[in-house]
Design a protein around this ligand. Structure first.
Ligand code: NAD
Length: 296
């Protein structure tokens, strides 16, 4: 068992940290929100009041933050953690950030003698709670192997996508597709309902037909169709609209860098942008279905 520092205890980080505790690791946790730390200390973790205090005696550091700027702020610069960690520490960075940012932080880590992998996840908050996440990892093979037993405590599938940043590229491609399919699923359900169908009946039909996808099977956007998904809890928790918008922005940047065409990804980015501008940024991304709502 390892002594692990876990930083970032939001919708994903909190259940992931709980699973590391359950697996028997010694866990020290930190988040900018004290209530998030309390959720873990109540379960047996040790709480810290700063990131530096959190990593003070850690063999492994896991971070799960919103975006590139948070990750660079945590690790880089004079106040950053890379300046404080002993060489040989293993850092597992799980946030979804730009591949450039992941490479920049990993290069700085290497220079400081610290082993770092990018390990963004897929599977949503349900997968984080159940410990069935998919980890999409970029980094050196021996570092990935060293991280594997810890990742296995939080997830079921672990893919080594390539060198530093490769995990982020694969994750961005996946999330662009997710954004498109959630908007498409919402559009199809709204069309069916507007033409007299019951959304549950239509969802059951799609789930066993050729339009079947992750949203219709596990994360239906229509309120009341599925229990325990954000759509049935007024879109609370889950994966925020603004986080999806960030990922679609990362996909657009990657397309620009590689002269790729991503017309559906761009359309989805505009839909989520409009939805966020209407005051829905903090709701779960499946609330995109509200864009199709008919006000009678
Ligand atoms: P979240 O906003 O719920 O949680 C982020 C947490 O990080 C917050 O508690 C915040 O207080 C904390 N934080 C920010 N800066 C910090 C710092 N400097 N030090 C300590 N704590 C800090 O976000 P989330 O939904 O948990 O997502 C986290 C990451 O995982 C994002 O990159 C997201 O894109 C990705 N992701 C999310 C989901 C999902 O379903 N929610 C799924 C896959 C991937």
């Amino acid at each position: 068992m390892s002594r692990i520092a876990f930083i970032g205890l939001g919708n994903m980080g909190s259940p992931m940290a709980h699973n590391l505790l359950k697996a028997g690791h010694e866990l020290v946790v930190f988040d900018l929100v004290p209530a998030a730390v309390k959720g873990l200390t109540d379960a047996g973790a040790q709480g810290a009041t700063s990131a530096r205090e959190c990593v003070a005696e850690a063999e492994v550091v896991v971070s799960m933050l919103p975006a590139s700027r948070h990750v660079e702020g945590l690790y880089l610069g004079e106040e950053g953690l890379l300046a404080a960690l002993p060489s040989g520490t293993l850092v597992i960075e799980c946030s979804t950030i730009s591949p450039e940012s992941a490479r920049k932080v990993a290069a700085a880590a290497r220079e400081a003698g610290i082993r770092m992998i990018d390990a963004p996840v897929s599977g949503g908050t349900g997968g984080a709670v159940a410990g069935t996440l998919t980890f999409i990892v970029g980094g050196q093979g021996d570092d990935v192997d060293a991280a594997r037993p810890i990742l296995e405590n939080m997830g079921r599938n672990i893919f080594h996508a390539g060198s530093s940043g490769a995990g982020q590229v694969a994750k961005i491609c996946n999330n662009m597709l997710l954004g498109i399919l959630m908007a498409g699923t919402s559009e199809a359900l709204a069309l069916g309902v507007a033409n007299g169908l019951d959304p549950k009946v239509l969802s059951d039909i799609i789930a066993k037909s050729s339009g079947r996808n992750w949203a219709t099977e596990l994360y239906n956007p229509w309120p009341g169709v599925m229990p325990d998904v954000p759509a049935s809890k007024e879109y609370a928790g889950g994966f925020g609209v603004d986080l999806m918008l960030k990922d679609l922005g990362l996909a657009a940047e990657a397309a620009l860098h590689s002269s790729s065409s991503t017309p559906l990804g761009e359309l989805a980015r505009n839909l989520y942008s409009l939805h966020s501008a209407n005051g829905n940024g903090r709701l779960d991304f499946s609330s995109i279905v509200k864009l199709y709502e008919k006000k009678s």
